[in-house]
Design a protein around this ligand. Structure first.
Ligand SMILES: [Fe+2]
Ligand SMILES: [Fe+2]
Length: 136
């Protein structure tokens, strides 16, 4: 798959993740525990795969073009993936509605700034690099 097409898919996945998080929020508020557990079961592999795709494509092209030092900004943004993984694991293991609410809200906040950094900084940079490298 070409990079521009992949970036479109990644942005679409950000949208789907936001929708899913909102759905989980409503389920938690309504005390629908079983459905919360089910939604989380789908959510984790979906986000895991998203992160794998980003690191295998976006991060790769920037590392190849600029090296670890030159691509430092992208590395920093992608280091947030660890925290995201950690929070989802905690979310799936939360034992009370308060803990669920708290973890979900933290995950939402982290993802909001993470997605913004990717969509306004890292993705455009990767696309620009991709187009330049192809011309050379
Ligand atoms: Fe990401
Ligand atoms: Fe992303």
């Amino acid at each position: 798959m070409e990079l521009p097409e992949l970036v479109k898919i990644l942005i679409e996945e950000h949208r789907n993740v936001r929708v899913l998080l909102l759905k989980i929020h409503h389920l938690i508020s309504e005390g629908r525990d079983k459905e919360v557990a089910e939604a989380l079961k789908d959510f984790k592999p979906y986000l895991d795969q998203h992160i794998i795709d980003e690191e295998a494509t976006i991060l790769k092209i920037l590392l190849e073009a600029y090296g670890r030092q030159g691509a430092e900004n992208a590395i920093k943004v992608f280091q947030q993936h660890r925290e995201v993984h950690q929070l989802i694991t905690e979310l799936t293991r939360a034992e009370s509605p308060e803990e669920l609410r708290d973890k979900r809200e933290r995950l939402r906040q982290i993802l909001e700034s993470h997605f913004a950094a990717e969509e306004s900084g890292i993705f455009p940079w990767a696309l620009e690099t991709y187009r330049r490298v192809r011309r050379e």
